[in-house]
Design a protein around this ligand. Sequence first.
Ligand SMILES: Cc1cc2nc3c(=O)[nH]c(=O)nc-3n(C[C@H](O)[C@H](O)[C@H](O)COP(=O)(O)OP(=O)(O)OC[C@H]3O[C@@H](n4cnc5c(N)ncnc54)[C@H](O)[C@@H]3O)c2cc1C
Length: 171
Amino acid sequence: MIIVGGGVIGMELGSVFARIGTKITVIEFLDSIIANMDSSLGKELQKSLQKLGFEFHLSHKVTRAENKGDSVTVTAEDKAGKQITIEGDYCLMSVGRKPYTEGLGLDKLNIKTDKAGRIEVDEFLQTSEGGIYAIGDVVVSDARTQSFRRRNLCSRTDNGTKPAYQLSHHS
Ligand SMILES: Cc1cc2nc3c(=O)[nH]c(=O)nc-3n(C[C@H](O)[C@H](O)[C@H](O)COP(=O)(O)OP(=O)(O)OC[C@H]3O[C@@H](n4cnc5c(N)ncnc54)[C@H](O)[C@@H]3O)c2cc1C
């Protein structure tokens, strides 16, 4: 199996398949896997996954993937433009998730989104349209702000100023 993208999800799923005997080849654009985490973690994880039989092509950009029915061929190039072609039974694309907010009519409700289509919310998860809340991957946030917001949501609930059921009732 060829995995395009060396992020957490690709590595998690790849390790599951590797443990049941699948040969995994990873193609990653950056020079390390799980690159949004501490670089030593990426190096150590790469060593463990190599012990499971993973093969890595870091600093390679996928330029083409061709479905040939029973197999797939993926072409990538390194920074110098040198091409590699890898053939596998399957290709797993794990190059990131994106919000699916098109066509929901958010603009008609004055709900603001960022350029990527993610919904903007305040620290209580309220959108720019009062009384409408948003939560989950669809909102503009990172792990730290999500955790901060969850704490705020709890403290707001605990001190009785706005019970949780009201928030979920509105959302
Ligand atoms: C492989 C994988 C592994 C992961 N592992 C972890 C992990 O270990 N720990 C962790 O914390 N997170 C993990 N995550 C991330 C986690 O799954 C997400 O953060 C979480 O699912 C987000 O929840 P959500 O409700 O916002 O969105 P989702 O779970 O994506 O749910 C959104 C739902 O809304 C539906 N939908 C979309 N548009 C519409 C519409 N217009 N009308 C009606 N329904 C609609 C979709 O079909 C979907 O069912 C993982 C994600 C993946 C893909």
